[in-house]
Write a protein that binds this ligand. Structure first.
Ligand SMILES: Cc1cc2nc3c(=O)[nH]c(=O)nc-3n(C[C@H](O)[C@H](O)[C@H](O)COP(=O)(O)O)c2cc1C
Length: 186
């Protein structure tokens, strides 16, 4: 799929059919997630692929979102920021979280490209997910990504804020691009 099409077609899906996604497709999407830019190329990202139905149900409970349990697979995205913090101090923690976001978007676009569907899920009780997946204390759980085939007509792309309201030029709140002027000759 062309990039523009994937960007346009990606949307959050919360109703999946029972058809099982191909394992190779999921690995491809995790590969796309792992291609995100990383500060200093320090590998903070970790992924847990969950196929165990009992664990999927427990994670749905941790999210208090039933639709998660319809998925045959979940990818739980985590960050281990220790090495980034050693290199960048407190900013390392922020970088780890930002690059998790970049990686999640890569993942969602690849999932769309493959004809699959997902939903970035960020509301959950961290400790419950950590307990189910035996994730150590020093690792942050960033998102739960259920994967499936979209139930027909389950959703469509939501309208986004008009660019004119959020794009500024050269200065905060400046709404217009001033024509470029050649600097005065000295
Ligand atoms: C950080 C973050 C957390 C989110 N958490 C949830 C969530 O817990 N449950 C959910 O159903 N959707 C969640 N979403 C999805 C948003 O609701 C969704 O992206 C938004 O409504 C826009 O719709 P679209 O993704 O179809 O463009 C989350 C999205 C982001 C970026």
């Amino acid at each position: 799929m062309e990039l523009n099409k994937a960007i346009k077609e990606r949307h959050s899906v919360r109703r999946f059919t029972s058809k099982k996604p191909k394992y190779d497709d999921i690995l491809e999407a995790i590969g796309a997630a792992n291609s995100a830019p990383l500060a200093g190329n320090i590998p903070t990202l970790r992924f847990v692929l969950v196929s165990d139905a009992e664990k999927i149900n427990k994670i749905a409970e941790a999210c208090q979102q039933d639709f998660i349990s319809q998925a045959n697979y979940l990818v739980v995205v985590c960050s281990d920021s220790a090495q980034a913090v050693r290199s960048y101090g407190d900013r390392g923690k922020m970088y780890a979280r930002q690059q998790a976001g970049a990686s999640i978007e890569n993942f969602l676009l690849k999932i769309t490209d493959l004809g699959l569907a997902s939903c970035w899920t960020g509301a959950f009780v961290d400790s419950m997910i950590k307990q189910v997946l035996v994730i150590p204390d020093n690792v942050d759980v960033e998102a739960v990504l259920p994967i499936g085939y979209e139930m027909p007509k389950a959703g469509k792309q939501r309208k986004k804020t008009d660019l004119s309201a959020i794009l500024f030029f050269n200065k905060w709140k400046e709404k217009y691009m001033k024509p470029w002027k050649k600097p005065e000759a000295i």
